[in-house]
Ligand binder design. Sequence first.
Ligand code: C2E
Ligand code: CA
Ligand code: CA
Length: 630
Amino acid sequence: MNLRLKLLLIFITASLAAFTFFGFIAYDTAQSANLKNELDLLASVAPSIADAIGDDLEKKQKWNPVLEGADGISTDHRLYLFVADQHGAVISAPDLPELRQVFEQLHTTPDTRTGSLSHNASLYLWARAEVPKTNYQAVLISPSRGSAAYTFFREMGVSLIVTAMIVLWFASWGAMYVANLFEKVDEQKNILRHRALHDELTSLPNRALLNDRLQQIITSAERESASFALCFIDLNRFKEVNDTLGHHCGDELLLEVSRRLQNNLRKSDTVARIGGDEFALVLCRVDLAEAKVIAEKLMQCVELPVEIHGHKLHVTGSLGIALFPDHGADVETLLQKADVAMYAAKRSGTQIETYRHEFEVFSRDKLALTNDLHDAIHNNQLELYYQPKYHLATKTVVGAEALLRWKHPSVGYIPPATFVQIAEHTGLIRSLTKWVLQQAFCDYAHIAKHAQPLNMAINLSAHNLQDPDLEAELAALLEQWKVCAQHITLELTESAVVFNPAQTKQLLTRLTTRGFRISVDDFGTGYSTLTNLRRLPISEIKIDRSFVDNMVRDPGDASIVRATIGLGKALGLDVVAEGVETQEVLDALQAAGCETIQGYFIGKPMPLATFLVWRDTFNNKISEQHSQRA
Ligand code: C2E
Ligand code: CA
Ligand code: CA
């Protein structure tokens, strides 16, 4: 039953109930008034009848005990007359036993002049008057004309019907009015609810509703052991449309894209707009292969030219797919994975990508960091710190490794391992390395000019080996800063060196020909063997910190370190142990024949100026120890 009908029934029932209640009161009042009128009438005619009887009594005439049409009495009003003495001895009475019984009852209240009484469920009215100059009384008894209904309805019938109609009309009108009010409030509520859960421009579900739906879909997918896909779509260069053609065109474009997405999906799927130019799709009951096919079809539709206000626009988009339950089993994880996949597609320009763990570097946070890193390179927020390399036999600082530091204006220090990886994935590594090389050469020139020269180690990324300009850049730096290449060591990780060995060998050979030293960093963590490396023009290996740190606790690691030192020496390579933190480790390394060490035990990475002061102090301390021993 709808609200209007319900309210109508309630209102009509309520008003009929009220109408009946007040009608009943009116009826009751009318009845009482009627009774009173009848009694008054009886009381008023009783003396005149008694007077009339008085004469008859004297003449000893008989009188009619049933009076009809007495003065003031209507013809339909039956009136019975009893004439009795004060003791109740009746000398004239109608021949009706019923009335006789009523009369008997009256005898008990001789002083009352008028009244009513019930007998055998009928109401009787009576009045008495003294017959003048006799000991007799005339008692008039009249059966009440029953209910006042007749009079009531005769008098009030029309008004009642009119009132009932008016009441009904008001009730219906009131019901409609209230129903309207309710409907308006409901409508308002619905609008607000819709607004809270939908995007205003496209009317598509927003992020809140998407989360809700995802939760429901996950629950049913779990129950049915089914898979589904969540896709994120981001339009490429949408901002340009907004900026050049105006927001109006941008809005039209978004509307068109949302229409295309909706038209090309099944009813059971969901399209949501979750940001400016970002849409999310939930493809129910699909596996990865099906999701990819649908994704491709959708992207083809989205990328068809759009004509807006005479402008033909070619939109492209990036789509990321995350599959339930393979990539995430809860809403938050799925959303994050789809986002990461979408950014990977955007970054790599592949248009569609399915989530892979390696894509994590494409996450939003990291991308924000990419922009900041780009600024950092150009705004001098980076700095090179130097960590000493210490020669155990001669007890001298023989070199320093340049290590990048980035103090992010709002985040603070960010570890190089984090931002170097971002730079590698986003192509920023070239400009980052360019900055490092420039700064390191400049610092080297400064040291060479003002202090005792040393060997400087600079870290290169595997990606730098693919850079065709690297060699020329290094050559230009040697030239610019008048540096001898023998004083520069280029550190490359073991995995970088063994990747693409033929090409790497050529490049490294050319670099060593120019005089650069090549060091294999993090040695032991990759999959190379020393024999493998022997084919490459390498001058140094750096045993990874993980083995060095563990060698005093783990005999296995100690043997690896000792074997590496032995083999390195046998191949004519310098061996550096990194991550030396204690005297104990230093002693163990010395006993194993290691020549050069690096680690917090000797010195932490420090800014250039600090490093130079530190080196002077350190050297002085050592020579003091020498002279004391001498
Ligand atoms: P890495 O080349 O192996 O550098 C050595 C790392 O070990 C440095 O970390 C250094 O601070 C740390 N370290 C040195 N001695 C100790 C020690 O005794 N104990 C401990 N716990 N750590 C020690 P950092 O500076 O955080 O650099 C991490 C990595 O970032 C470097 O590893 C390198 O792969 C990369 N990196 C740093 N600067 C550059 C750069 O200019 N270019 C490139 N491509 N990569 C860089
Ligand atoms: Ca290094
Ligand atoms: Ca290392």
